[in-house]
Write a protein that binds this ligand. Structure first.
Ligand SMILES: Nc1ncnc2c1ncn2[C@@H]1O[C@H](COP(=O)(O)OP(=O)(O)OP(=O)(O)O)[C@@H](O)[C@H]1O
Ligand SMILES: [Mg+2]
Length: 112
């Protein structure tokens, strides 16, 4: 099993949510976060003064899926989240050792 962590633009969240619903993602965790990538936030001018917005608001979407579903899920997120501009976000994929459904005690992929 893998955890897919997608950092996306808040304004693309609904698209991503629709895409995940369409492909039948088993569950999702969503958090509001702040962060920056390569550009270290954007430089803005306000009342003639330049300042750096070091951290920009993003949404973190995390989904744990079976290995067989990783490629399809990542592809759908990219299609839904992309604008083609800097700051579109990033996707991290990491291994998940085990999953337990608390209610039933099931574990592994059937607990997803
Ligand atoms: N290496 C990283 N580690 C942790 N979080 C990251 C990393 N890169 C990006 N992020 C997170 O993803 C968000 C969006 O990053 P962003 O899309 O700006 O990446 P980028 O590498 O600068 O790509 P681009 O050139 O397209 O802007 C950041 O605000 C941050 O929360
Ligand atoms: Mg960037």
């Amino acid at each position: 099993m893998k955890q897919i962590t997608a950092i996306i633009r808040p304004e693309r969240f609904e698209h991503v949510q629709d895409a995940l619903r369409r492909i039948g993602a088993p569950g999702v965790m969503v958090s509001d976060i702040e962060g920056h990538g390569k550009q270290k936030g954007i430089e803005q001018v306000w009342r003639g003064e330049k300042f750096r917005m070091e951290l920009l608001p993003k949404i973190k979407v995390q989904i744990v899926v079976a290995d067989a579903d990783v490629d399809k899920t990542v592809k759908e997120i990219i299609t839904a989240a992309k604008t083609g501009n800097v700051g579109d976000g990033k996707i991290f994929v990491s291994s998940v050792e085990e999953v337990y459904r608390i209610r039933t005690g099931e574990k592994g992929e059937k607990a997803l």
